[in-house]
Design a protein around this ligand. Structure first.
Ligand code: ADP
Ligand code: MG
Length: 234
């Protein structure tokens, strides 16, 4: 009976995912169809250029939804390499700063002394980008996004804190579910990807939210080798 339950759960999940991606891809297709129809009725040059630009951006959107979805569906094991989280953060700083600056918001880095971790740099970059973008999007205007790294007990912590609208408690359960979004043009794939990346690193993710803002915490295990290198264990 338990096997049957698991099978039904899986079918249910597959159905939900299929419905989600179907819906997400149909929206841009509908828009593109509308523009093509418009061009058919009124093929004058003045409307062509902006219409093509809009169609291209809709195709790009459909494409990026598929890319995100495929990376979420991929089952290949992540290749991890011993490196420092702060190095990845440092490399991202200019991009994040430009992102925040263009929206009139601030970004602050507080990087502590931490141990090397077993990381996949590409995935960790994606994780930081997804959480940062959500944080910036949650802040209607101004506001500061703080990114911290520090040691806590036997973990390295990455904390991403915003001064945004917060997450209502009733949505807590839905976080990380593919296609869950409260945004008009959201895909609801960002957090699902983050949860997958966190799991692939043997890490844990926690969220703390109020009406004054949200903090996502990622707790990374420290590999024994890294501890030995720093003589933390004899
Ligand atoms: P998307 O950003 O496309 O909506 P995500 O998976 O990144 O999809 O996020 C899912 C939902 O979780 C968002 O629509 C939002 O409701 C909520 N959320 C995630 N991060 C935050 C945050 N920092 N502040 C407020 N809400 C958030
Ligand atoms: Mg997002």
């Amino acid at each position: 009976a338990q096997d049957e339950m698991a099978r039904l759960d899986r079918l249910n999940l597959v159905g939900q995912l299929a419905a989600g991606i179907g819906h997400e891809i149909r929206n841009p297709l509908t828009t593109i169809r509308g523009y093509l129809q418009l061009i058919g009725i009124k093929p004058d040059y003045a409307i062509l250029k902006p219409t093509f630009d809009l169609m291209i951006s809709e195709v790009d959107r459909a494409n990026s939804i598929i890319t995100e979805f495929l990376s979420l569906a991929q089952t290949k094991k992540s290749e991890l390499k011993q490196q420092n989280l702060n190095d990845i953060l440092d490399q991202l700083y200019p991009l994040l700063e430009a992102d925040a600056f263009s929206q009139n918001k601030q970004i602050r880095f507080t990087l502590g002394e931490i141990f090397d971790l077993e990381l996949n740099a590409k995935e960790i970059t994606q994780l930081i980008l997804n959480l940062t973008r959500n944080g910036l999007e949650a802040m209607a205007e101004r506001g500061c996004l703080t990114i911290e790294s520090y040691l806590q007990d036997d973990k390295v912590v990455l904390a991403i804190e915003d001064e945004g609208c917060g997450i209502p408690p009733e949505n807590n359960q839905k976080l990380g579910t593919p296609f869950f979004t409260t945004k008009d043009t959201g895909t609801g794939l960002g957090l699902a990807t983050c949860y997958k990346i966190v799991e692939a690193h043997g890490a844990k993710i926690c969220v703390n939210s109020s009406s004054r803002g949200t903090t996502f915490y990622i707790y990374f295990p420290i590999p024994d080798q890294a501890k030995e290198k720093h003589q933390m264990i004899a």
